[in-house]
Design a protein around this ligand. Structure first.
Ligand code: FAD
Length: 276
């Protein structure tokens, strides 16, 4: 008998506003000041999974690591059409950096869905935007992975992926099991049907995992176990300056190159320091 396709979507709850104040002491966002929502790219990745499910039949497990309130995004994902939900919540994990986040998520996937075929992540989040968690999970799970995928198609156990790289469209084949991070380009997330909401907020059980369930050492997680630190957070100040260049056209162009060679070189992708 053909094995049912097992998909895992990692979704993160992010603040539902574009700007939040920082805590100047810790360098972290004051996330409790805004209601949470599913990170936009995670929503697109979930739609990609739901389309695979429609076409091939699949079981979708959604996993999030966050505070208890992150259960909301799992319920919403269930209402959209996911089948199972896992919440990893433990105060000891708070403050984890991207490396620890990836390790915890990978451990939870192995525990909750050991026979997974494909893990889908968003390409980045709207609050921290490092885009590191997907690629780091590839290392943790020791599987192939492709980031920034626009579109995916499955044939037998082979995924055909399309991604934009600079101005080129790449088509890549990847064998399962694997991991992809999905962009917001191709998939349009579906609206949550009212009937789905009733089931998702009513009957469906959410599996809860703590550090103990994952057999992870407390000293290796949370802020203590995180090898990266936020040293400084500030909003960059944009300064404008008007410069009037005078003289012949040749002199003006020369002055322009002398003054802005780094910026012009950066824009055209060439070192023009010694360009005549
Ligand atoms: C020192 C330090 C302390 C931090 N403390 C906190 C904190 O207290 N609270 C906090 O929210 N963040 C904290 N962060 C950021 C935290 O590490 C990131 O939120 C988290 O690791 C994901 O990074 P990102 O948001 O840049 O994800 P990206 O790498 O941009 O996310 C890509 C994709 O990975 C998946 N993903 C990412 N995070 C999760 C998650 N939690 N659950 C499920 N899937 C996920 C999603 O599919 C997402 O679309 C901290 C970061 C550092 C460096």
């Amino acid at each position: 008998m053909k094995k049912m396709l097992k998909l895992v979507n990692c979704i993160k709850q992010v603040p539902g506003v574009s700007e939040l104040p920082w805590d100047p002491r810790t360098g972290r966002l004051k996330r409790n000041l805004a209601a949470g929502m599913i990170n936009p790219a995670c929503r697109h990745a979930l739609e990609a999974a739901l389309e695979l499910k429609n076409r091939h039949g699949a079981e979708i497990t959604v996993i999030t690591m966050g505070p208890d309130i992150a259960e909301e995004v799992l319920r919403e994902a269930l209402a959209m059409g996911a089948d199972r939900a896992v919440l990893i919540s433990d105060p000891k994990i708070a403050g984890s950096d991207t490396l620890v986040t990836s390790q915890v998520l990978a451990r939870a996937i192995k525990k909750a869905c050991p026979d997974f075929d494909l893990v889908l992540c968003g390409c980045h989040t709207s609050d921290s935007e490092t885009a590191q968690v997907g690629p780091q999970m590839v290392e943790e799970l020791r599987i192939p992975g492709v980031s920034h995928v626009d579109q995916l198609e499955l044939k037998d156990r082979l995924l055909r992926l399309q991604r934009l790289s600079d101005n080129f469209v790449e088509t890549i084949e990847m064998e399962l099991p694997g991991l992809v991070t999905v962009t917001t380009q191709h998939y349009t997330p579906r609206y949550v049907p009212l009937a789905g909401l009733q089931d998702a907020f009513g009957e469906t059980e959410i599996t809860r995992l703590t550090l103990d369930d994952l057999e992870l050492d407390e000293s290796l997680t949370g802020a203590k176990g995180s090898p990266t630190r936020i040293l400084k957070v500030f909003s960059p100040v944009t300064e404008k300056e008007n410069t009037v260049l005078k003289g012949s056209a040749r002199k003006i162009v020369q002055q322009l190159f002398n003054q802005f060679d780094d910026k012009i070189g950066g824009a055209i992708g060439k070192d023009i320091k010694n360009y005549q």
